[in-house]
Design a protein around this ligand. Sequence first.
Ligand code: NAP
Length: 485
Amino acid sequence: MRLANLIDGHLHAPASMSYLDVFEPATAAPFAHCPDSDATDVETAVQAARRATPGWAAMPVEQRAQRLFRLADLIEARLDAFAALESRDSGKPLQLARSVDIPRAVSNLRYFAAAIVTWSSESHATESGTPGTGAINVTLRQPLGVVGCISPWNLPLYLFTWKIAPALAAGNAVVAKPSEITPCTAALLGELSIEAGLPPGVLNIVHGRGPSVGQAIVEHPAVKAVSFTGSTATGARIAATAAPRFKKLSLELGGKNPAIVFADADLSDDNLDTIVRSGFANQGEICLCGSRLLVQRSIYERFRERYLERVGTLRVGDPEDARSDLGALVSKAHFDKVTACITQARTEGGRILCGGEAVRIDGRCADGWFVAPTVIEGLDNDAATNQQEIFGPVVTLIPFDDEAEALAIANGTGYGLAASLWTRDLARAHRLGTQLDFGIVWVNCWMLRDLRTPFGGVKHSGIGREGGVEALRFFTEPKNLCIRY
Ligand code: NAP
């Protein structure tokens, strides 16, 4: 399968005519070829986007929304094909792609199509003191023009649409770059966008590597804003490039999230399942995964026993097998990183309570990049294992005595994306919820998402918020129009 760039409403080979291998993580075999594009392709895409901007921005919102709804319908009608491609490309279980990733991509498009139609602007009446005179101020929310959207490999179509949907709905033309590690579903979406009636140049998808394509998007003077999701290191590079060019930036970066379990928590089987899922869903390759599991000392041993028993039932296997809870890690490089982190945890004195090694699956997946769900204890919060983002199926257990200690450990990280709290005491939940230094705090749940809510992190987890009107605000420029009467 040879993928193409989408530029100006047509599918194009890259200017370089060279391609990158795209691997199936479950088999370690290449199965697709992705354009290895460069700044020349980005330039062509930006010029197409510039030409498309006035017409798209002037189109009545209902008509823009209609096209996004149509795109959502086209994806939904091909749910099975999208899910199979996403699973093959990323290594995640097919069942997960089918039930979470692709339906969420459809919801993202529908949500922002509906949101733009119902969004209203603000106005402020300025009184002069004399009846019949004064001014009315209207806050216009105008599209920015051409914007860049750069997304990562862990939730490929889910996060790609989370960016392009609000950008397009708000009337911008987009130059987007999916991760070249998992480019397939974005390429398929690009083909369908033509059928959905997006005018040429409104959505451009340029495949390729971050330092060439991503960097060229960020540097381009006509790109007014960049919405980026990925690692903190890349986010820092993008910020350094964009800041002197005065571009709007939204950065959704890494995390080292705590899940905090108090002795009074309702640890029903369902809740325990959610706590386990919060560590290992999508092989732990979700920025929101709780990789530090803080447990109150009075229940620590009993909890550990039940937790390990449940983790022990997780099945690592062929992503196509409906019985697999975890599939393969996304790439050989990421597999090497995660296994090196486990080795480091051992060196630091961590006790591996389960997992701790690669898993070999017989048959077609014999060469795949599988790692067993791994639980580690005995490490201080300031150990490297508890400070660095591993982004794999690795959870550390950390005991605490009281609320103050839990808070200190939870906040004792450079990251600040998401925390989850497990307690029956809602006064405690409120108290800690306000003191936890994270952009998102879940109480007695995890990854319960409502697309209207602000989404994003603090500290090294990013700048800005996505979701709901926050995303529409990001992708528009407020202008005050003051009319005297
Ligand atoms: P990454 O290496 O930072 O890459 C993210 C995207 O940026 C990719 O498309 C990448 O292209 C591109 N890129 C790399 N260098 C670039 C540059 N100099 N300029 C512009 N773009 C560049 O991240 P990843 O490994 O794909 O994703 C995992 C990370 O994403 C984790 O840290 C995770 O926590 C984070 N994440 C955060 C959220 C959130 O909402 N906060 C959600 C999901 C994931 P290449 O693929 O070619 O490198």
